[in-house]
Design a protein around this ligand. Structure first.
Ligand code: NDP
Length: 245
């Protein structure tokens, strides 16, 4: 099935930023979107807005760090929509800090959400897609997965891992299942909210989070990857603001 119309697309971390923008745009183009995140009040509002415009949308609570949640989310998507054409592994956090600040809990959390969260999504959806004989994973990496910058060692490591896992998955399941890495530069969202040190947050916003792209720019890249014919696997799309070095 090529195009967007009629595709069943589950999106993790759909309560804000890129996930929300992708849900809105894909629904506008005729997909049935299934939104997951922890803030279900937000999901409820987004789903109601999509439906009020004639779109098809459902939501389910999801904490990607819990394997059972990931399984239940995919099960719900298949029950509601009848199949699962695309899983967008988008949920992520970015609690930046210098390693010497020793924020071990935040390192753990970054690994749990950004790496294990994606693996749990793959674990839940891959058997479904294999049985269907088709499917697509869209995994959100970052330009932080291409080069490391100070304060971002653990975040960058998690995004290098996303790219490695995605490439490994592509090589293993290539024929029937497509795997796309989306690699954004600086994009307007709530991502910097996970930085716990106020001074660090201010520095990061000043150094890295100016001239941001709207989240819709990344949603359009996702649409491009999804709408290609089945034999076209867009492996990776890197999208930066023109002003980003
Ligand atoms: P936001 O903070 O706006 O969105 C992050 C989403 O992830 C939220 O919907 C949040 O929902 C969800 N999330 C966080 N933790 C969990 C969890 N444990 N379980 C389920 N959902 C969770 O940021 P973005 O939209 O920017 O981030 C989306 C992705 O894009 C991330 O992977 C990020 O690393 C990546 N990215 C973003 C860039 C940017 O500049 N914005 C640049 C490069 C990559 P909730 O809290 O409700 O659970």
């Amino acid at each position: 099935m090529s195009g967007i119309q009629g595709k069943r697309i589950a999106i993790t971390g759909a309560s804000s930023g890129i996930g929300e923008a992708a849900a809105r745009l894909l629904a506008e183009k005729g997909a049935h979107v299934i939104l997951g995140a922890r803030r279900t009040d937000r999901l409820e509002t987004i789903v109601a807005e999509i439906r009020s415009k004639g779109g098809k949308a459902d939501h389910h609570p999801l904490d990607v760090t819990k394997r059972d949640d990931a399984m239940a989310f995919v099960r719900f998507a298949v029950e509601r929509a009848g199949r699962l054409d695309v899983l967008i592994n988008n949920a992520g956090i970015m609690p930046l800090s210098f390693l010497e600040q020793d924020k071990v809990d935040e390192w753990d959390r970054t690994i749990d959400v950004n790496i294990k969260g994606i693996l749990y999504g793959i674990s839940a959806a891959l058997p479904v897609m294999k049985k269907q004989g088709s499917g697509q994973f869209i995994n959100l990496a970052s330009v932080g997965g291409l080069a490391v910058v100070p304060t971002a060692a653990v975040y960058c490591a998690s995004k290098f891992a996303v790219r490695a896992i995605s490439e490994g998955l592509r090589q293993e399941v290539g024929r029937d299942i497509r795997v796309t890495i989306i690699t954004p530069g600086a994009v307007e969202s709530e991502l910097a909210e996970s930085i716990s040190d106020p001074g660090m947050k201010e520095k990061v916003i000043k150094d890295y989070r100016q001239d941001l792209l709207p989240a819709a720019a990344i949603a359009r890249a996702i649409v491009f990857a999804v709408e290609q014919p089945d034999d076209v696997d867009v492996n990776e799309i890197v999208v930066r603001p023109t002003a980003q070095g």
